[in-house]
Ligand binder design. Sequence first.
Ligand SMILES: NC(=O)c1ccc[n+]([C@@H]2O[C@H](COP(=O)([O-])OP(=O)(O)OC[C@H]3O[C@@H](n4cnc5c(N)ncnc54)[C@H](OP(=O)(O)O)[C@@H]3O)[C@@H](O)[C@H]2O)c1
Length: 286
Amino acid sequence: MNPSHARILLTGARGMLAADVADALRAAAATDMVLTDRDDLDILDADAVAIAVAGRDLVINCAAFTAVDAAEDEEDVAYAVNAIGPRNLARAAAAAGARMVHISTDYVFAGDATEPYAEDAPMNPVGAYGRTKAAGEAAVRESGADALILRTAYLYGRGGPCFPKTIAKAGRERGALSVVDDQIGQPTWTRDVADFMLRLLAADAPAGTYHATSAGQCSWYDFAKEVVASAGLRDIVSPTDSSGSARKAPRPAWSVLGHTAHEALGIEGIGDWRERWAVAAQEVLA
Ligand SMILES: NC(=O)c1ccc[n+]([C@@H]2O[C@H](COP(=O)([O-])OP(=O)(O)OC[C@H]3O[C@@H](n4cnc5c(N)ncnc54)[C@H](OP(=O)(O)O)[C@@H]3O)[C@@H](O)[C@H]2O)c1
């Protein structure tokens, strides 16, 4: 699919990832783009969704309930946004014959693996957010829509609050930072997810699940060290473990995602997390 010829609906358009998806689409000469967020199109409203999707060739769902800890107390609200909303969009996309891109997360896995999760590994979330996102994936698959499900993780970008911004700010304000070194993942730039999405669309990748994360792996501590260096701070980060964490939701400890599905199609993935951070840092920390 060539975005420059597609009639596109982007939901959750005020979110962090959506900002870069919209930019990537503009850079790809997309002109017929409808950008919506909760005020214009609440994805829980099935009738409004059907009207918005009719006549569109491509529906990209970046809307989500992303407050991982709050989801533990408000699982029904998170379920509505992360499962019912995607189901509405996917059913409408199927009815309209539109392609759909739905964004999911490494939190659909428990994070107790010892080798990268394959795209078709069974989902086994440990927290409420992950359960609702897994239900969203299932609803999209069951809808019959021609859907690409992109799981991403450890996202950062200029368009929203994210780990590097928090670390750089805290590093400037405090003399020392302790960051957990027992959670391992793949820090991933929103712009890279957007570009990867466009490569999948350009290649007419078959419907299915793809992992939109950087290559390699690291702990939050490793990532924080890179961030403070990029922020021009001296090395003020020390490692700690998450046993004393007061956070409500459990986090997957080892959520490294494998990249077999797109590699088998010859579609270029996202590069190494450290190299990509080096490219992203100035823009994200600006
Ligand atoms: N951030 C991460 O580290 C991360 C990691 C892995 C996967 N993901 C996934 O990546 C995707 C994008 O994440 P993000 O961090 O860019 O999210 P985000 O910044 O929280 O943006 C989500 C957007 O969805 C909107 N929204 C919420 N409920 C809605 C509704 N009922 N109807 C329409 N729009 C609604 C939100 O509006 P309000 O602000 O008004 O609620 C917000 O603008 C999500 O699917 C998320 O699960 C994120």
